[in-house]
Design a protein around this ligand. Sequence first.
Ligand SMILES: [Zn+2]
Length: 491
Amino acid sequence: MKKLACLMLVVLVTLCCAVLAGCAEGKMDAAIKNGDNYTIAAAYDDETHILSAVQTVELTNRSENSFDAIKFHIYANQYRQDAAHPVVPNVYRTRAYPNGESYGDIAFDSVLVAGKPVAFTVEGEDCDILSVPTAGLEPNKSVEVELTYQVQLANVHHRLGYNDNTVNLGNWYPVLCHIDNGSYTASPYYNIGDPFVSEVANYKVSLTLPEKYVVASTGELTDALSSGGNVTYTYAANAVRDFAMVLSDKFTKISRTVGDTQVNYFYYADADAETSLQTACGMVEMLNEKVGRYPYAQYSVAETEFCYGGMEYPNLALVTSRSESYQDAVAHETAHQWFYGLVGNDQIAAAWQDEGLSEFVTYLYLDKVGTVPLATNILQNIRTYTTYVDVLDKYYSQVDCSLRPIYGYKNDGEYVVFTYVKGSLLFSTLYETVGAAKFWKALSCYFDEAIFTVAPYSQLENCFAKVCGDEAANIFEQFVEGNEIIGKVTD
Ligand SMILES: [Zn+2]
């Protein structure tokens, strides 16, 4: 995700409240073979704002334990009126609900396992986990689950919801919970950060909707069939960790090819669309060359309405219309295609791992194209961080400077300062210490080792240690534990 600019303002407000191509292809083939398979047939009614879907998931138990139940995240329920963790934190509610409060949810008509109806339950502290009984699914055994459901969209400028210009379909369908150490991590939703962890999987998704809509989507369009004023688009996406779409009857689409990828830009209000497309293409080109080749046939950036700066999904970035740092957001979300998309991480436990890195890589891109010198962004971040910590020091007897799980921050402002600002300072310190050549080599090592996985941050640290020596590992530890000294923190 890309937070809005004016970090100092956010601080004050919130205080008050080059891998070888053949090798990569082999890894993609393996990821496809080892991934679960989702097939979703959905229809969108733009009068009721209801998405009706039938979804099958062919999944294999790849853990060493047997399971009596399969767990899915159902993030659509986070938009309920009585949600314990409202999807939008208070400080962003005005921006998220310009037309007044609005709510949504997901309701299941049926759940089948191997073709037979089962007594499913909706659980979790916020009704955001679907539990499907499987009567002892042994390791290496496969099963097919079929879910029939309806998603009511809210009128909200968020990942999932409709607004005056677009329909955002992010985190809309039940997605398997991540398995860690042989157990499902059915973690709750948090309205700070991007509280998602998911494995790569294979998707075939069809969406039926009125013909007036243009669709920006994860995956590749494989079929389009018109009938009675509606059109059914079918997409295939292999080895991706999520599937999202943005619909609009106002979209114009422009495209360019970079490497093996068609880069698309969907916009409706952007007066400088060519520049936005160039930013996306430039970042893809830079990371193709420096880190590793983007293995997908298409990548789309979609202008949309969102209460933050943007949001990343595989093959698709949402960028908030009219935001003052629009090009920065295009670059940041594009960097996420590598750091979150191709190399995944636990975005709850170590959000800085993809956010800090995507932010710093954005600074490198802006420096490369002559928009903002690297030193300017770094100096601004040092000032933001030290000011924030100084103020915290005055209000609290103890200041925790560690990089924590997202639920460990007091509020969204603290999350932003530590995850984005301090996170990018971690990577700028590494860059200054080891030099550009070794920095990129370490990221290339990370990409090569961890592509299509959910990588612990120790793997990133180990790549830097391997390429750059122990000093790099020491920098990671100091920043994560909060023992580093950045600027003049306290008197
Ligand atoms: Zn981000």
